[in-house]
Write a protein that binds this ligand. Structure first.
Ligand SMILES: C[S@@+](CC[C@H](N)C(=O)[O-])C[C@H]1O[C@@H](n2cnc3c(N)ncnc32)[C@H](O)[C@@H]1O
Length: 211
């Protein structure tokens, strides 16, 4: 299994910290789409290092995270130990297809660079739908996707992921009950002579309907 899919051990922890710095623009795009409010209760799936939670905890009333790498749970817990002490943040280990929270607990859910790793995406979306309160928002960010015009043959082998396009995401989300679905794209990571490494990153936004 690739280290990005399930970061493990010393190298996994080291890469997760580096990844977090490389992902800052992805975090910003996801946060913009989330439009967090002080009374929001936010859940992050696949938090990796936990840097997104550390950065945005002050924007919401409560924050929780789930990641299926135990090493990432330990890393994120240590980076966010003050928030845990204050009772503001919690980190759990598990798979997105079985979330250890009650129905309607969160007003917002975010997944950054993780959806394409989920072995059962439909089950993950159904669980997110269950823990989201009516009118709750979901944001999924994927720097690489089927719409970006890049050949990802090598990335697929290296990272062991499944690429999704905007229309496919729309269908999956609709099937799980989500509404108000919108797909936006952004450019990121400009490198001299190479241009944008992420030419068309995707941010998917959806809502759980009121009833
Ligand atoms: C590429 S890392 C992204 C980490 C972080 N979101 C960031 O952008 O810095 C993907 C993360 O998703 C987690 N992950 C992958 N599949 C998962 C699943 N089915 N359930 C929960 N977490 C998962 C991995 O353990 C890893 O920490």
């Amino acid at each position: 299994m690739s280290r990005a899919k399930k970061p493990k051990g010393f190298v996994g922890r080291f890469l997760a910290r580096g990844m977090a710095l490389g992902h800052i623009s992805f975090y910003k795009n996801a946060a913009k789409a989330l439009n967090l409010q002080p009374d929001d209760k936010l859940l992050e799936i696949g938090f990796g290092s936990g840097l997104f939670i550390k950065t945005y905890a002050s924007h919401v009333s409560r924050i929780a995270g789930l990641d299926y790498s135990e090493d990432m749970v330990n890393l994120a817990s240590s980076i966010n130990k003050e928030l845990i002490k204050l009772g503001k943040a919690e980190f759990k280990q598990g798979d997105v297809s079985t979330l250890p929270w009650r129905d309607n607990e969160f007003s917002a859910v975010v997944g950054i660079e993780t959806f394409f790793f989920w072995p059962k995406p439909e089950a993950g979306l159904e669980e997110i739908f269950r823990v989201l309160a009516p009118e709750g928002k979901l944001v999924l960010e994927m720097a690489y996707n089927k719409d970006d015009g890049k050949d990802h043959t090598k990335d697929r082998k290296k990272f062991d992921f499944t690429l999704y396009g905007g229309e496919e995401m729309r269908t999956l989300l609709k099937q799980s009950g989500f509404r108000d679905i919108s797909i936006k794209y952004y450019k990121s990571m400009w490198i001299p002579f190479k241009g944008y490494i992420v030419p068309k990153g995707m941010v998917v936004n959806a809502k759980k309907p009121k009833n």
